[in-house]
Design a protein around this ligand. Structure first.
Ligand code: HPA
Length: 247
């Protein structure tokens, strides 16, 4: 059975309900991961978990050591990665509480350590990234979503911005013209690094606010936290269903 690793985003710094007992060292050749990798069991299946922003939440998106996190998970034996991301909704059909398993992404980040293939000592390598998410893993998530009965989209384009500030309404309009349905700050370089390590990777995105300019209200952290508190259990349930499947 596949050893799944969960990368928990904002609002999911722990996976309650899972028996995550063993904590593995976070040191890697790329520096320290955000937190120790937790290894545990779910219904007899081995599962790994890491809190992307640390536990408690302390690292902003541009300071996350994505390379160390991915490396630490691979070292720990991860065979597939489910990334959980809180996002803003651009597509009017993706309101607060909506879940989406994106099929594409656009990277607007800059200045992040974004590759393991930095020249020396490895040869120059260009990974294929036409389809950034693993289709089989996306299907597993979609089956679980279907069974859960929550509102979700089976396609979506995730635009990854640099943060930590939220976007301007103009930037969101541009992203909309680019074809983005969702906006987040942590989808890249994580997805590309997973591909470089040949780890199947898919994203479960939870909309926690309408993107900038998409509602008459300004976006407050309090509103985002309230949306997370209200909906994060859906994410837990969906992940539980994936883990409970026998794939
Ligand atoms: N923009 C970028 N990242 C986010 C947002 C947003 O509106 N909401 C949650 N993460």
């Amino acid at each position: 059975m596949t050893v799944y690793a969960i990368i928990g985003g904002t609002g999911l710094t722990q996976l309650e309900g899972l028996d995550l007992s063993v904590s593995l060292d976070e040191q890697t050749p790329y520096g320290a991961a955000s937190a120790p990798v937790l290894r545990g069991e779910y219904g007899g299946r081995e599962v790994l978990f890491i809190a992307r922003h640390g536990h408690p939440h302390r690292l902003p998106p541009h300071k996350v050591n994505y390379r160390a996190n991915l490396w630490a998970l691979k070292q720990a034996g991860a065979e597939a990665i489910i990334a959980v991301n809180a996002v803003g909704g651009i597509n009017p059909g993706m309101g607060t509480g909506h879940l989406c398993v994106p099929h594409q992404l656009i990277d607007y980040t800059w200045g992040r350590e974004h590759t393991f293939f930095d020249g020396e000592p490895q040869p120059v390598t260009h990974i294929d990234f036409s389809n950034p998410y693993d289709e089989l893993l996306r299907m597993r998530l979609l089956e679980a979503l279907q069974a859960s009965g929550y509102a979700y989209s089976n396609l979506g384009v995730y635009g990854c911005t640099q943060g930590p500030r939220l976007e301007t309404a103009g930037e969101i309009l541009r992203m909309e013209r680019d074809g983005c349905d969702l906006v987040g700050m942590t989808g890249m370089p994580e997805a590309a690094l997973a591909r470089e390590l040949a780890l199947p990777y898919a994203c479960l995105a939870l909309v926690v606010n309408p993107a900038a300019g998409k509602s008459v209200e300004i976006i407050t952290m309090a509103d985002i936290e309230a949306a997370l508190a209200e909906s994060i259990d859906r994410v837990r349930e969906v992940i539980g269903r994936v883990l409970a499947s026998d794939a």
